[in-house]
Ligand binder design. Structure first.
Ligand code: C5P
Ligand code: MG
Length: 191
């Protein structure tokens, strides 16, 4: 399987590049953020728990997120070519759990695409997105917190994949198509 972790701070273009990747490589896609927002909009218990963390820019507990990944993979068609993990893993615990779950399917993460975008640019993009996204966490105060949480809790995930020789740094500033070309070069080398 071709299993891609698309990684980077909030606003780095993970969702956008995922859409291109799904089409080109015929992959399944899981965005944990999108799943959590769906739970919120349908007023589930999980949604209420998620909202209490998301609105503060904090992370939802590992066991909840790992449970979501577990059931997503469980339901996946057996002849799926691969999966894009978007917005997950957010902690080293989650990265370890993902490895264990994928190993139980006799597969592993193939590559981690690390989208690199400066903090200042992230803020500008997310403020712009907030005007149309309707996302309760796309406001200046929560964005600051999300970037801080990324730097403290999520960034260490990079070292996890670096140690596994799976880290590919991608320049995340520029035209969407140019960034996607860089991504494809990295993916085609390992697929
Ligand atoms: O990935 P995305 O930016 O859509 O996530 C939005 C929010 O959802 C995060 O700021 C965080 O509060 C929550 N989240 C999480 N753990 C994940 C993915 C998302 O806590 N693995
Ligand atoms: Mg996203």
């Amino acid at each position: 399987m071709l299993n891609i972790v698309i990684f980077g701070p909030p606003g780095s273009g993970k969702g956008t590049q995922s859409e291109y990747l799904i089409k080109k490589y015929s992959l399944a896609h899981i965005s944990t953020g999108d799943l959590l927002r769906k739970e919120i909009s349908t007023n589930t218990e999980l949604g209420a728990l998620a909202k209490s963390h998301i609105d503060k820019g904090e992370l939802v507990p590992d066991d909840v997120i790992i449970g979501m990944i577990d059931s997503f993979l469980d339901k996946l068609n057996k002849d799926t070519k691969g999966v894009i993990f978007d917005g997950f893993p957010r902690t080293v615990e989650q990265a370890k759990a993902l490895k264990a779950i994928l190993n139980s399917y006799k597969t592993d993460v193939t590559i981690m695409l690390n989208l690199q975008v400066p903090d200042k640019e992230l803020m500008t993009r997310l403020i712009e997105r907030g005007k149309v996204s309707g996302r309760s966490d796309d406001n200046e105060e929560t964005i600051k917190k999300r970037i801080e949480v990324y730097n403290t809790q999520t960034k260490p995930v990079m070292n996890f994949y670096k140690a596994e020789n799976k880290l590919a740094n991608i320049e995340g500033v520029g035209a969407i198509e140019t960034i996607f070309e860089t991504i494809c070069e990295a993916v085609d080398k390992v697929k």
